[in-house]
Design a binder for this molecule. Structure first.
Ligand SMILES: [Zn+2]
Length: 97
């Protein structure tokens, strides 16, 4: 995982399965590495990719892996997603490696 000060506004983060690595912007303009709010959610989303989770559609109840959705709760995972992430974590390697 790499924390980048500024990704130039193109995105809040990326997961590159071919490396594999997660890049996440540190959004605080003063350089504080206190990840809160959207920065924390984006980092959690990218780490979700490293744990094998793919994007899911926007739903009224929201989901951490639903990208580009508006104001739903974007912190939750389904039981199936949590199970898949735990299974990938037990392998001891990021998804795609
Ligand atoms: Zn994503």
């Amino acid at each position: 995982m790499f924390l980048i000060q500024d990704l130039g506004g193109i995105a809040g983060g990326f997961y590159f399965p071919s490396i594999p690595a997660t890049l996440s912007a540190v959004i605080d303009p003063f350089g504080q590495r206190e990840l809160t709010g959207s920065a924390a959610r984006i980092l959690a989303h990218e780490l979700g990719h490293s744990l094998s989770l793919a994007h899911v559609p926007c739903t009224p109840e929201g989901n951490l892996m639903a990208a580009g959705c508006d104001s739903q709760d974007r912190t939750r995972l389904t039981a199936t997603q949590a199970q898949a992430a735990r299974q990938q974590a037990r392998r001891g390697q990021p998804f795609g490696s």
